[in-house]
Design a protein around this ligand. Structure first.
Ligand SMILES: [Cu+2]
Length: 351
């Protein structure tokens, strides 16, 4: 409310000043026509161009300094390194070109501002110039696009020789469920029409399919480090999107079809938590949460870093909270965890 009042007062003061200048101008005896910009006006506008240039450079530097820490940490997957490199190079090129062209644009605006007696030069075209400013972007963009396509094909190419671990991601409003193929690493057939909540068959597994008997259904993903995993995704209701920010992976989850994405985690959760930038982030978040706790707000328990699977399609009112924890651990830890889980068959009530 106070903010609004201050804003209203400022607006009113600005209007008052504007009206006063108008009265002042009207009271002056003028000989020249005021609606045509004179040299002084053009000079001021030229200087304002420089002021705007400083503003855009300033806000860029400010944003990097203040919000740079909000960017994602280093990638935790094998392909994530290539992906980040592509992103990094693209950004460097964009910022480099932007910085130079903006400076030139504003400088020329100032240099060739209107001046008494100066006439614009009629300059129809210049083939050589046009060739240069066409061919340079063509080469740079073609290189970026080809590199991007090559990287994308590499990421999306799931080679069965890699012997990836198969995990199903099942999306529904508003939660995720994961299913492991079990000892045979093959997922049993499933269909939403077979969902039977009375029998606790929440994913609609075909009870007659032998491949499904040893499947393991969980609410938390565990992954062994350095093992390729392929996620097969199904949706029960609407479009969702499986987004693993730390692994640089995202794929739409579409009702009626199976989509997939594969990646290899390269670092365990424990190791990732020890990284200086992650520790710093956790410290900052928990300092904020402590402040909130002191104010008596809810949801202020200390936070510990975890990899996470998020939904990245606005799929309904609780979309924001559609997430699942992802734990990357050593192979021994993973096997121990897996051994503790019940299979589909063990969980089914007997007839
Ligand atoms: Cu969703």
């Amino acid at each position: 409310m106070t903010g609004f009042l201050i804003f209203a007062v400022l607006v009113l003061v600005a209007i008052a000043i504007w009206q006063m200048t108008k009265i002042f101008e009207l009271s002056q005896l003028r000989t020249e026509r005021t609606e045509i910009a004179n040299d002084t006006d053009n000079k001021y506008n030229g200087y304002l161009l420089f002021a705007f240039l400083i503003f855009i450079y300033g806000i860029t530097i400010f944003s990097f300094a203040k919000y740079g820490k909000m960017l994602l940490p280093d990638a935790a997957s094998e392909h994530g390194q290539d992906y980040d490199q592509l992103m990094y190079i693209s950004m460097v090129i964009i910022f480099f070109v932007q910085t130079i062209t903006q400076a030139l644009l504003h400088y020329f605006g100032f240099k060739y501002r209107g001046q008494e007696g100066r006439k614009a030069l009629f300059y129809a075209d210049n083939d050589r110039l046009e060739f240069i400013w066409t061919i340079i972007p063509v080469i740079v963009l073609a290189a970026l696009i080809l590199w991007g396509l090559y990287t994308w094909t590499n990421i999306m190419d799931v080679d069965e020789d890699d012997d990836p671990m198969v995990v199903e991601l099942y999306a529904q409003q508003f939660s995720w469920t994961a299913r492991y193929g079990g000892s045979d690493n093959v997922l049993g057939d499933a269909n939403v029409r077979l969902i039977d909540l009375d029998r606790a068959n929440i994913l609609g597994l075909d009870e007659a399919d032998p491949n499904g008997q040893d499947d393991i259904i969980v609410k938390e993903i565990h992954l062994p480090v350095n093992q390729k995993v392929v996620f097969k995704m199904r949706s029960q209701d609407v479009l969702h999107s499986a987004y693993f920010p730390h692994f640089r992976a995202q794929m739409n989850v579409v009702p009626g079809m199976i989509t997939q994405f594969a990646f290899t985690p390269t670092i365990t959760t424990e190791e990732f938590r020890q990284k200086p930038d992650i520790r710093d982030k956790v410290r900052r978040t928990n300092a904020l949460r402590a402040e909130w706790a002191a104010e008596g707000r809810s949801n202020t328990d200390p936070w510990e870093f975890d990899f996470i699977l998020l939904c990245n399609k606005i799929c309904g009112k609780s979309h924001y909270n559609m997430q699942m924890r992802v734990i990357v651990e050593t192979e021994e830890e993973f096997n121990a965890w897996l051994a503790e889980q019940n299979t589909f068959k063990e969980n089914m009530p007997s007839e």
